[in-house]
Design a binder for this molecule. Structure first.
Ligand code: PMP
Length: 357
């Protein structure tokens, strides 16, 4: 090791799902939307002045998209922070909101990026075990009632990932109210797929931050647009931090595409319904094949095969160019996380499973 290496910041990075270059694969590993974004999104990109968009810096405040989202959600009293995907939004939220010596808390089975941000920013954290059924136990976050140790903040993905399990708005409210002295981040990346949003809690809870993305239900993972909704003072603090790191992060083309997506409600709802129908079928087909499938409120299922080892099935599917996600780790290694694709893609998955088992 060279002397200069001693001063490098060393971290164990987040491991993103594979993005294979080949086209002829069935990609059910990163919870992308199997359908294209609204035709209005593509039209808005094509009709834009691309030369201008490339030559000039984008709007650092994303003001058109902020306006459009405020109107869409009817949240005039709230503010919106836009980031380069919700990973960027969450990263800025961690950096802004968790500046305390006390540990932040989140479930032990949840989005595996949370502990990575905590470590890179030097935020102490504690993982709270989910129960046997992989459910978040709300009482474990109920600081006041149980006289639990004080924490420096709370992060809940709702619905949770990779489990897909949803907490009700009432349960989220309990967590937010029991932790009113710290910021509670609710990551609603998958909420459009029959989750229960905490949006209506914002008016009474200024410590709540709701994070959303255009990557899943809006089929725009490639545009890298995510956002957070919260009280103006919380969003201002986030914008101040974000502007102290990098100002021009969201490309004009992506911002324009995002506004166009918000304007096509009909298409948005129709594609969500398509995924929900295929999800219902997928659950039945997997159960028929002996899988233990957790109740999903997302565009993926977390399912444990009982007749074959999960890792072996993952590898065998990969050999057949069907990509699903496998997580090592004591509590998750019996499961596969399978994104809901088109009906045809799922049929190919079922056929491959039948062949392998
Ligand atoms: N939150 C959760 C729970 C996720 O699963 C993902 C997708 N990996 C993200 C946030 C980030 O998605 P994006 O950066 O594409 O918005």
């Amino acid at each position: 090791m060279y002397k200069w290496e001693e001063n490098l910041r060393k971290v164990d990075p987040y491991v993103p799902g594979a993005q294979p270059k080949q086209k002829d694969v069935i990609k059910l590993n990163t919870n992308e939307n199997p359908y294209p974004p609204s035709p209005k999104v593509i039209a808005a990109i094509r009709e834009g002045d691309l030369e201008n968009d490339m030559r000039k810096y984008p709007d650092p405040n994303s003001s058109d998209l902020v306006r459009s989202l405020k109107e869409y959600y009817g949240i005039e009293d709230m503010d919106v922070f836009v980031g380069t995907g919700s990973d960027d939004v969450l990263s800025i939220a961690f950096l802004t909101c968790f500046n305390s010596d006390k540990p932040i808390i989140f479930p032990d089975v949840t989005y595996s990026f949370y502990p990575v941000w905590a470590r890179v920013y030097g935020i102490p954290y504690k993982e709270i075990p989910v129960d046997e059924g992989m459910r978040i136990r709300v009482e474990d976050y109920n600081v006041g009632a149980e006289m639990k140790e004080p924490n420096g903040g709370v992060v809940i993905a709702n619905p949770n990932a990779p489990t897909g399990i949803n907490l009700s708005r009432k349960e989220i409210r309990e967590i937010v109210e029991a932790n009113s002295d710290v910021v509670v981040i609710v990551d609603e990346a998958y909420v459009d797929y029959s989750g229960e949003s905490a949006l209506s809690l914002l008016v009474d809870h200024e410590n709540l931050l709701i994070v959303r993305t255009f990557s899943k239900s809006r089929a725009m993972a490639g545009a890298r647009i995510g956002f957070a909704i919260g009280s103006p003072r919380l969003i201002k603090a986030m914008n101040d931090v974000a502007q102290s790191v990098n100002s021009y992060t969201k490309p004009t083309t992506s911002l324009r595409a995002a506004v166009a997506s918000v304007e096509d409600e009909e298409y948005f709802r129709a594609r969500i319904d398509d995924v929900l129908k295929t999800r219902a079928r997928t659950v039945l087909e997997l159960k028929k094949r002996g899988f233990n499938v957790l109740p999903s409120s997302t565009n993926f299922v977390f399912a444990a095969p009982t007749r074959i080892d999960a890792k072996l099935l993952f590898e065998e599917l990969g050999d057949r160019k069907i990509y699903v996600r496998y997580f090592t780790g004591e509590r998750t290694s019996k499961y596969l996380r399978i994104t809901i694709g088109t009906d045809r893609e799922m049929d190919a998955l079922f056929a491959a499973i039948d062949e392998i088992m």
